[in-house]
Design a protein around this ligand. Structure first.
Ligand SMILES: Cc1cc2nc3c(=O)[nH]c(=O)nc-3n(C[C@H](O)[C@H](O)[C@H](O)COP(=O)(O)O)c2cc1C
Length: 135
């Protein structure tokens, strides 16, 4: 059986992000026990805000396609994301919105179906980012 590959990223793009730091600690720990993990920074995949007209006109943004291709080569996700105004961060939500869009020849939710995600959060706030992880 081939080992599952895990894609790890933070729901914050800022350089000094606590969530990037947390995810890197988790990635190091997973690698130490033999898991194959790829860390990626969503800052390297800047995307416009989801806009249905843009999608209809131009299809997926190039960076969405690139990230989807990377996601398709991994069998699970490890995500650490902050809580913004008691909810999911805009960066993570926009990434999910674009990467869940189906393109020709793709099955629905191709990047996500059958995959398992581990969710974490770091925040200096009282609830530690908990509310950003609630569906
Ligand atoms: C727009 C905005 C909204 C925020 N809302 C919350 C919040 O609801 N709860 C909370 O604990 N922290 C909140 N924070 C603080 C973030 O958790 C904190 O800035 C955190 O460090 C961001 O994650 P990062 O370090 O990975 O970038 C908010 C920050 C921003 C910029």
């Amino acid at each position: 059986m081939t080992k599952p590959k895990i894609l790890a990223f933070a729901g914050s793009t800022r350089s000094d992000s606590f969530n990037k730091k947390l995810i890197k600690i988790a990635v190091d720990g997973a690698i130490d026990v033999g898991v194959e993990v790829t860390f990626t920074d969503l800052r390297d995949f800047p995307m416009p805000l989801y806009d249905g007209d843009l999608e209809q006109r131009e299809g997926l943004p190039a960076n969405t396609r690139k990230l989807k291709d990377l996601m398709l080569t991994h069998q699970g996700f490890l995500i650490s994301s902050p809580e913004y105004n008691s909810s999911i961060s805009g960066v993570l939500k926009n990434t999910i919105d674009w990467t869940t869009r189906q393109t020709e020849g793709e099955s629905p939710l191709a990047c996500y179906k059958g995959k398992i995600s581990g969710l974490m959060s770091a925040s200096p706030g009282g609830l530690g980012g908990l509310r950003g992880l609630v569906r």
